[in-house]
Design a binder for this molecule. Structure first.
Ligand SMILES: Nc1nc2c(c(=O)[nH]1)N(C=O)[C@@H](CNc1ccc(C(=O)N[C@@H](CCC(=O)O)C(=O)O)cc1)CN2
Ligand SMILES: Nc1ncnc2c1ncn2[C@@H]1O[C@H](COP(=O)(O)OP(=O)(O)OP(=O)(O)O)[C@@H](O)[C@H]1O
Length: 210
C-alpha cells in the first residue's frame, strides 16, 4: 500500500495523489472492528484532554465524529462538562463551514446530503463562518498528517478554507488533527493552498510538529 503512495508522491504532488491516498486510508478505516474503534476513541479522548491547548482554552472548535472516524463524542462531552465553549461545524452548500454551539447530545441532529456520509450537526443558532476565528483551539478531522504537519482531509476543502480564514483574521489558534496511529505517515501530497497543523492526537498519544 505504501509503495503505491511513495511512487505517486515522487512523480508529482497532484490532486490524484491525494485521492489515491484517501482511498487507501478510508479502506483501512473500514477494516477496523467496532471494538478496536471504541477503544481507540477512549484513548484518543484521554490524550486529547491532556493537551494544555485544551485545558486552557475557553472556546474550542471541534466536530462530531461519524462512521469510522476516530471517535470524538467522549471528548466533546468532557469539554462541554468543563464549561469550555465548543463550536461545531455546519456544512454549507459550497463546502464552507458555518458554526453553532455544542450543548450536549440533544443539541445534535443527523443530516443527510445526497452522495455524502451522514453528519451529526448542531441544531442551535448559527454563528456564521467567521465564528471559528474566536476559537483558542481548533480540532480538525483528517485522514493523514505527515511530520511537517501537512494534513490530508476528505477533499471538500472545508478546513482549507477555515485555515485561510484564520490566517486572514490574524487568528492563531492551536491546530490539532485527530487521527488513528497509522495515519501519521511519512509524507502527505501537498498543494499550495494547504496549511500545516501544529499537532496530532492519536490513541497512543500526542505528537507535535516543527
Ligand atoms: N465528522 C466530520 N464532520 C465534518 C467533517 C468531517 O470530515 N468529519 N468535515 C470535513 O471537512 C466537514 C464536512 N465535510 C465533508 C466532506 C466530505 C464528505 C463525504 O461524504 N465525502 C465522501 C466522498 C464524497 C465525494 O466523493 O465527493 C466520503 O468521504 O465518502 C462529508 C463531509 C464538516 N463536518
Ligand atoms: N481557501 C479555499 N477556498 C475555496 N476552495 C478551496 C480553498 N482551499 C482549497 N480549496 C479547494 O478545495 C478542494 C479540496 O482541497 P484538498 O484536497 O486540499 O482538501 P482537504 O484539505 O483534503 O479537505 P478539507 O480541507 O476539507 O479537510 C480543492 O479543489 C481546492 O482547490
Amino acid at each position: 500500500m505504501r509503495k503505491v503512495w511513495i511512487f505517486v508522491s515522487t512523480v508529482g504532488e497532484d490532486p490524484s495523489a491525494k485521492a489515491e491516498l484517501r482511498r487507501e486510508l478510508l479502506a483501512a478505516r473500514r477494516a477496523l472492528s467496532p471494538g478496536a474503534a471504541g477503544a481507540a476513541a477512549e484513548a484518543l479522548a484521554r490524550h486529547a484532554l491532556d493537551l494544555p491547548e485544551l485545558a486552557r482554552a475557553r472556546t474550542v472548535a471541534a466536530y462530531v465524529s461519524v462512521g469510522t472516524e476516530p471517535g470524538t463524542r467522549a471528548l466533546l462531552d468532557a469539554l462541554h462538562r468543563r464549561g469550555i465553549r465548543v463550536l461545531l461545524p455546519v456544512l454549507l452548500p459550497d463546502n464552507d463551514l458555518d458554526w453553532a454551539p455544542y450543548d450536549g447530545p440533544v443539541s445534535l441532529a443527523e443530516v443527510h446530503r445526497p452522495g455524502m456520509m451522514r453528519l451529526l450537526e448542531p441544531v442551535g443558532p448559527r454563528l456564521g463562518p467567521d465564528a471559528v476565528t474566536g476559537a483558542d483551539t481548533v480540532l480538525l478531522p483528517g485522514l493523514a498528517v505527515d511530520g511537517r504537519g501537512m494534513r490530508l482531509g476528505r477533499g471538500g476543502g472545508s478546513y482549507d478554507r477555515v485555515l485561510q480564514r484564520l490566517a486572514k483574521a490574524g487568528a492563531h489558534p492551536a491546530l490539532v488533527v485527530l487521527l488513528y496511529d497509522d495515519e501519521v505517515v511519512a509524507r502527505v501530497p501537498e498543494e499550495p493552498h494547504d496549511h500545516p497543523v501544529q499537532a496530532v492526537a492519536t490513541p497512543s498519544g500526542v505528537r507535535r510538529f516543527g
